[in-house]
Design a protein around this ligand. Sequence first.
Ligand code: C2E
Ligand code: MG
Ligand code: MG
Length: 716
Amino acid sequence: MEFSPVKVLLVDDDEDEFVVTRDLLSDINRKAYTLDWVSRYDEALARVLSGGYDVCLIDYRLGAHTGLDLMREALSQGCQSPLILLTGQGNREIDIAAMRAGAADYLVKGQFSASELERSIRYAVCAAKTMERLRVSEERYALAARAANDGLFDWNLLTGEVYFAPRWKDMLGYQEHEIRGHVDEWLARVHPEDVGYLKAEINAHLEGETPQFQSEYRMAHRDGGWIWMLCRGLAVRDAAGRACRMAGSQTDITARKRAEEKLRYDAHHDSLTGLPNRTVFLDRLARSVSRARRREDYLFAVLFLDLDRFKLVNDSSGHRTGDQLLIAVARRLESVLRPGDMVARHGGDEFTILLDHLKDQTDAESIVQRIEKHLSGPFDIFGQEMVINASIGITLSSVACQDPEQMLRDADIAMYRAKARGRGRHEFFSSGMHQDIVSTMRLESDLRSAIRNEEFRAHYQPIISFEERRLSGFEALIRWQHPQRGLIPPGQFIPIAEESGLINPVGRWILREAARQMKEWQHQFPTDPPLIVSVNLSTRQFSQPDLIERISEVLAETGLSPQSLKIEITESAVMENAEAAVEMLNQLKGLGVQLSIDDFGTGYSSLNYLHRFPIDTLKIDRSFVSRMDIQAENVEIVRTIISLAHNLGMKVVAEGIETRAQMQQLCELGCEYGQGYYLARPMDSTATASLIASPPRHLWMPEPDEDLQYAMISQV
Ligand code: C2E
Ligand code: MG
Ligand code: MG
């Protein structure tokens, strides 16, 4: 300390403290210390971090900050100088906090003498130096440890003799005496593919072209496998500059190489199916595109394949099953393609396929049919038989082949068309498809904002009880009040909502709104039994795992009694996965709500299941009702459905009643309820309220001569 002065920095916003400290330090030894002073936090931080001080004294109080803040900040940024905290009064908490923050010491202002300050500084500086030495020695140790892991060698270039250290031999699985000291022992073990460039790299260094020799190559291990080596060396030259010796080390880098290989593989493959990924596919596609530009006779096709209702598999059977199904589909696709073709996983349940070297469109068509045929056979997933279809969009390089991304998009658009036309089919892209897709996509994005902006409206269509000659309730039917397009009927947006998953928020909205509204009407217009509201549930909502929870939430929230809510589910939705449906319907029934099967007669119903469903009503599809007076056969179908329902203890609602004759016939056949334009059209809540207040008599007492073909109340 006597030789070079200890550089001290004082951080304090009070200049008097600087004077006091300076005096204290000069009391100890004027020449032993230099003292700098800063008062502002920002400047202080920069100075502390500058590394120019042997020790920093930091006041606890620093304007808006505290000295602790400064210490923490400085230490977190790698400050190496010891820091001593100064405070106005002794405080155990600050003391402990200072220690935790990494302070070298803690002094209470006005309570320490010159010699105590000197002692504190001396200790702090000394401890910091020790720490620094420790750090350096740790680094040195790490270096040494690494060197111990390397196999050293020393090669006499003139004789070909090499000294291989025991570690060098050990890495290859050999004992000391098992490898001779000759360069052939080395080169002969290098992988045949790598030995050429290894020799070239050695020569380049020996010729003086590279300052250091370095090469990575594979070597045969004694156990028969290959291990990756990194070799570094330096030539020793004679007076004439000719290399006569080369010494260096060899390190086993197999683990690193494997990790790199895995990264490279992962970057190009889909981890679930092992198929090439999107990047690789686009790469390959780019090559085909540029080839097609050069050669007129070269034709190829891009297929975009999306599994139908895959989401349903995931939701109903779980992700593990879904994953297995994707893997099985990937294997089948691979097996059906020709050697030069490529199948990749695009993401989710989407696959892309490149069909190379086609003769013409029919050629593509026949391969696509083969793919469809192959996929349509049942899969065995965890012992469960599963069937899945795919919708396929195809684009040919002859149609438009500007860039790979565009081709993929066109195939995607064609795939959408295939979905829209009923799924499980394929479509070739044509330029007219663009427009349709754009408008669907716009509708989808509008739908998102519609949810936020509450653009939906609930309309209600009366359901009449023929038996009791009264208004039994309403079916809630959703409409979308689009800001530009006006009122959009559900048929135009429910399928889009289903496909995009937006059906869940939309479905929740209508359920809540219908329940709230019905509760209000029940209060306003009490009847015995109370009015009922029917709400439609889409296929996708029906397979939502939290459906029951959602419905009971709405009931609790709105106070509507469960008996006043009827859930309508289409026949195809329940039959699609009948076994799961039994379970779900039972749970719904457990809530106390009523259940109705909608559009009955349009799907394929298994009687086996029908009797197991806890259903209250069947709703005969309006296609039968509307043709009753045209085709006698339809009357028979309606009669059969009604008697089937009655046998199963269910009541029947006829929907789509448009004429008086239809209504009369239905009454005669024993149908209990009716709904249709003849009775009343769906209408908004205001019109519905006035209908409840004073129902037109024709609703349940149709006068023979009254011309009420289409109801008086027609809003939509
Ligand atoms: P749906 O459940 O079978 O509803 C009956 C449909 O038939 C309604 O069409 C209704 O306006 C119409 N309709 C009623 N009486 C007659 C008639 O006498 N003649 C004719 N030709 N049609 C009649 P809308 O409101 O356009 O709804 C169509 C479909 O959209 C519904 O069929 C239902 O499947 C679905 N939908 C409507 N609202 C919702 C909803 O809130 N959620 C869900 N998931 N689907 C809904
Ligand atoms: Mg319905
Ligand atoms: Mg219906």
